[in-house]
Write a protein that binds this ligand. Structure first.
Ligand code: PMP
Length: 325
């Protein structure tokens, strides 16, 4: 018998997928960890589970308690599912620029959703800072604090990294991923470096994020903007702090669209925008490293969450982005 224990027992152990069209394009093995197959639909189910379990183990989260978080959506979706499965309440503070699909889904899952203006991190009313204050003011509540709560990257150090290691028999030349909180990138990168310091760990960054410049020049400088959601930051979070970064690659929205539409039309994979950054960076890295290498990245979430944007010609045109038909 092979029976999973509810929603929580179904998180993780996702397949590793060979992205054929990009392997052909580069002569490398480009492999994507299929995190969109987690039961809540994204890589963030892993962090959400570790954060909740950690708070329970420390006695901070008690029966009937509330989990409060500032999230671009996917962490909130993971938290909301787990809260339902465990009998907690869930309160989500989300920047109002995030897609309608994610907000609707959060409400359907029973979370209380408070959209707030999207202001930079230095502003006291930034959604992350607001969520911390609201958690403090709410009775019997915890703040998930995904950006600086190290239970997040531990999820990837203890599960995502080891799973990829098993799935590839340790035959990996490079690991590349974009960062929102940094949990996925850092947790797996730390695990891989301990196993084999020769595995090249490369941070992928969208335009509008400060990390590419930070790792290239030491300056947290933002240039441009991106239609991708859930990734890119203006600071080094606690989850990213101390992670090995051998190099950084920046991918623009034109390449994101090329990649996600190629994944859709040639590989049969309907993916979210951060996957465009991840696979785009894996392709760029493959071209730098030359044929014959194995490069692993993350397929963070699926395209349905972005139907009204990434997969909507009018919306793309309104952003000055055109896609080849
Ligand atoms: N892709 C998407 C779509 C996300 O929502 C997130 C998390 N916000 C990430 C990638 C990045 O994951 P992490 O927070 O582990 O860096």
């Amino acid at each position: 018998m092979d029976i999973k224990s509810g929603f929580i027992g179904t998180i993780g152990n996702t397949p590793l997928i060979r992205l054929h069209s990009f392997c052909e394009e580069t002569g490398c093995e480009i492999l994507g960890k299929a995190e969109f197959l987690n039961p809540g639909g994204s890589v963030k189910d892993r962090a959400a589970l570790y954060i909740i379990q950690d708070a329970e183990q420390q006695g901070r989260l008690k029966p009937g308690g509330t989990v409060v978080e500032g999230t671009a959506g996917n962490t909130g979706i993971g938290l909301a599912h787990i809260c339902n499965a465990k009998g907690y309440k869930c309160l989500i503070i989300i920047p109002e620029t995030q897609s309608q699909e994610k907000m609707d889904l959060l409400r359907t899952l029973g979370a209380e959703v408070r959209p707030v203006p999207a202001v930079p991190y230095r502003d006291p009313n930034n959604y992350v800072k607001l969520s911390g204050r609201i958690a403090e003011e709410t009775e019997n509540a915890i703040w998930a604090n995904q950006f600086d709560n190290l239970a997040n990257r531990r999820a990837h150090y203890e599960t995502t990294g080891p799973e990829i290691w098993m799935q590839t028999d340790g035959k990996i030349d490079a690991w590349v991923a974009a960062t929102g909180t940094g949990g996925t990138y850092a947790g797996a990168a730390m695990f891989f470096k301990e196993k084999n310091p020769n595995i090249r760990c490369v941070l992928a960054d969208p335009m509008g994020s400060a990390l590419y410049n930070y790792f290239k020049t030491g300056e947290l400088k933002i240039e441009g903007s991106s239609i991708t959601e859930g990734i890119g930051t203006s600071r080094v979070t606690a989850n990213l702090e101390g992670a090995p970064v051998d190099d950084a690659i920046r991918i623009d929205d034109h390449e994101v669209l090329r990649v996600v539409y190629q994944l859709l039309h040639k590989d049969g994979l309907f993916m979210g925008g951060s996957v465009g950054i991840n696979v785009g960076a894996a392709v760029a890295l493959a071209k730098q490293m030359g044929p014959g290498h194995t490069i692993v990245t993350v397929l963070c979430d699926g395209g349905a969450r972005y139907q009204s944007r990434l997969y909507n010609r009018e919306w793309l045109a309104s952003k000055g982005l055109l896609i080849a038909s």
